[in-house]
Design a protein. Structure first.
Length: 654
């Protein structure tokens, strides 16, 4: 596993070695084992390697036997042993035992089609000297990021935007259209990012840069087509159990110990139980507990630990912990967020690192692909209500949603009807499942300054998303449409980035996600919707397939999504002065993104204890994190971070 960066010229001009070193120095601010670069005419590749497989391998980007193909690679290929065996049978000779070298030889064998054979999570670059072309590739689900920009005749790329910003010709300017998307969908829509002219390679895509031209095309699609033959439930249940079990087995391949995140929820407990089936040693598990009772799940974590007999470590996260770590989190997420949820996971990865672990397995992805989210349940209830919109009995079902949001439970039926848009006319909206969420988030745009509102007047984030939909989307049932939106956009754009890759690798921890094995995803996407959510029972098939591995209390517990304390964290203890500085009226006015009067009123609301509900929390966190992005990446960006100066002596130049 490494973080990557590089420069590719369309002519044979040499790449600046000091600049390439500076780019690498900005990658991943804690714990890489090795640093390395390769330069040649027109190409410069660099990586910051965290040794997980083949610990004795050098830190340089790898090349084939004659030096005509080079690779720099961020991630893991979990089926590399099977691919290696096949490639050896075809005459390929290996000099290392890494998964990285497997990709090299597979590219020699199959060219760009090689990515279809990979089972893993990756962001990589391959330089083909013979063809004079550079390939960038990103894994199917978007676990690992890849960013790029073009300056003149050069393509500059990396797994972090801050590496690109070290180049003196790369501008640093906020993209208001990207901000508008975050304040609608919680994430940007690739290739757009929060910065102008900085682009994100979409999941499941390949970029080819040759002769100064960029071409981007998909090698994999997320599809929800139903099978021609519907099988008995028992067949699906057995197949899912086998696939998830094998996905766990493959993700335990490592030359270093592997741990697990154990939240006390269904998904992480299943993954932990499956690890126990393959491990002969006592498994180390890790979790977050909260001082806030509304967010704390330690009772269920304790139940899981007692049942599975893991060696468990738990950190307790309070309001001040979130406050102090939040700026560091934004430095690593490289974009605004509207919830504090990435912050406790950032602190958790620090504990995993301090415990001496580099790899953890998580339960991420099960909710998206197997029907676990409340938004799927919400859409089913809304569709049921829309068939008889005046039915008082059906309207009562809206109160069964989000039991952990107490204010919503007290809301009158008439308001809930309006908020959840449950009318017959709404059923024709292709975004029926997500419109209440998006409309709630979009209300945060009322805090934009008049200048920003004017500049965004001609843009429509939802229309841009509509233009990305595949034709077959409109033939899918409503449940599948909701899954597509959640899995295609929010999963890679927010959950796997801000809550996953960025905060884990900030402390040199690699998270692996068995539920996001592409075989599991393809299997789940072809399942009948009824077996994923039976009536209002979420993840029905998963509970049937692997529920026997869990204690009854966890199997039967109500769905509790991962949440953390939000706005209150910035108005307790040391938070007052901090928040006053970041959101000072003169600072807000100078930056020009938000209306200083509206922000001041929001702050007064929090100080008076009158801030209630999700909207106020999201507004505060969204504004605060945007101001931190402006400060860290635009106003006060420091090229060549401390790690660059500290570790560059370890870089070798070929």
């Amino acid at each position: 596993m490494c973080a990557i960066a590089g420069i590719c010229n369309s002519v044979d001009a040499p790449v600046s070695v000091p600049l390439l070193k500076e780019m690498i120095g900005m990658l991943r601010h804690r714990g890489p084992d090795e640093w390395g670069i390769h330069t040649g005419n027109g190409i410069g590749l660099g990586n910051a390697r965290l040794s997980i497989i083949d610990l004795n391998r050098g830190h340089q980007p790898l090349c084939n036997e004659d030096g005509s193909v080079w690779i720099t690679f961020n991630g893991e290929i979990f089926n590399y042993l099977e691919l290696r065996k096949e490639l050896i049978s075809r005459g390929h000779i290996f000099s290392t035992h890494t998964d990285t070298e497997v990709i090299l030889h597979l590219y020699e064998e199959k060219g760009e089609d090689c990515f279809r054979d990979l089972n893993g999570q990756w962001g990589l670059a391959i330089w083909d000297q013979r063809e004079r072309k550079l390939l960038l590739s990103r894994d199917r689900m978007g676990v690992r990021p890849v960013f790029y920009t073009q300056v003149g005749k050069s393509l500059i790329f990396g797994s972090e935007i801050k590496a690109l910003f070290t180049h003196p010709e790369v501008g640093r300017e906020l993209d208001l259209a990207g901000l508008d998307q975050i304040f609608t969908f919680w994430c940007t829509l690739p290739p757009r990012t929060i910065f102008k002219n900085i682009f994100e390679l979409p999941p499941g895509h390949t970029l080819v840069f040759a002769r100064g031209n960029i071409e981007v095309h998909p090698y994999w699609h997320l599809r929800f087509s139903q099978p021609a033959e519907i099988l008995a439930d028992g067949v699906y249940i057995e197949q899912l159990a086998a696939l998830v079990t094998d996905a766990v087995r493959m993700r335990l391949r490592s030359d270093v110990p592997v741990g697990a995140y154990l939240s006390g929820g269904l998904d992480s407990t299943i993954i932990t139980a499956l690890i126990n089936q393959f491990s002969g040693k006592k498994l180390r598990s890790f979790s977050v507990a909260f001082t806030s009772e509304d967010h704390d799940e330690r009772a269920f974590q304790h139940e899981a630990v007692q049942f599975l007999h893991t060696a468990h470590e738990q950190i307790e996260c309070g309001y001040d912990d979130i406050l102090v770590a939040f700026p560091d989190v934004i430095w690593h997420t490289e974009q605004p967020v509207i919830r504090t949820a990435p912050t406790p996971l950032y602190l958790l990865s620090q504990q995993v690192h301090d415990a001496g672990y580099k790899v953890v397995l998580t339960g991420e992805g099960a909710d998206e692909i197997l029907g676990g989210y409340d938004i799927y349940k919400e859409a089913k209830i809304r569709r049921f209500l829309a068939a008889q919109p005046n039915s008082p009995r059906r309207a009562q079902l809206l109160h069964r949603l989000y039991p952990y949001q107490r204010n919503l439970q007290k809301t009158p039926d008439a308001y809930l009807r309006r908020f959840f848009r449950a009318t017959a006319a709404d059923l024709n909206d292709p975004f029926f499942s997500h419109m209440p969420r998006w409309e709630l988030t979009a209300r945060l745009k009322t805090f934009f300054s008049d200048d920003v509102k004017s500049e965004l007047a001609g843009l429509d984030a939802i229309s841009e998303l509509f233009g990305q939909l595949p034709v077959e989307y409109f033939s899918w049932d409503g449940f599948s449409q909701a899954q597509y939106l959640e899995t295609k956009y929010l999963l890679p754009g927010y959950i796997l980035s801000s809550q996953g890759d960025r905060v884990a690798l900030a402390h040199a921890v690699e998270a692996r996600h068995p539920f996001l094995d592409y075989r599991v995803v393809e299997f789940a996407s072809a399942l009948p919707s009824r077996i994923k959510m039976r009536a209002l029972k979420e993840k029905y098939i998963l509970k049937r397939a692997l529920g026997h591995l869990l204690p009854a209390t966890i199997l039967q517990r109500p769905k509790q999504p991962y949440r953390s304390p939000d706005g209150r964290s910035f108005f307790t203890g040391i938070g007052e002065d901090y928040t006053s500085q970041i959101l000072a009226p003169e600072r807000i006015t100078a930056d020009g993104i938000f209306d200083s009067w509206a922000v001041s009123k929001l702050i007064e609301k929090f100080r008076a204890g009158d801030a209630v509900g999700v909207k106020d929390d999201m507004a505060l966190i969204g504004i605060l994190s945007t101001q931190l992005v402006l400060d860290q990446f635009i106003s006060n960006f420091q090229r060549g971070g401390s790690l660059c100066n500290e570790h560059m002596q370890n870089c070798a130049v070929s």
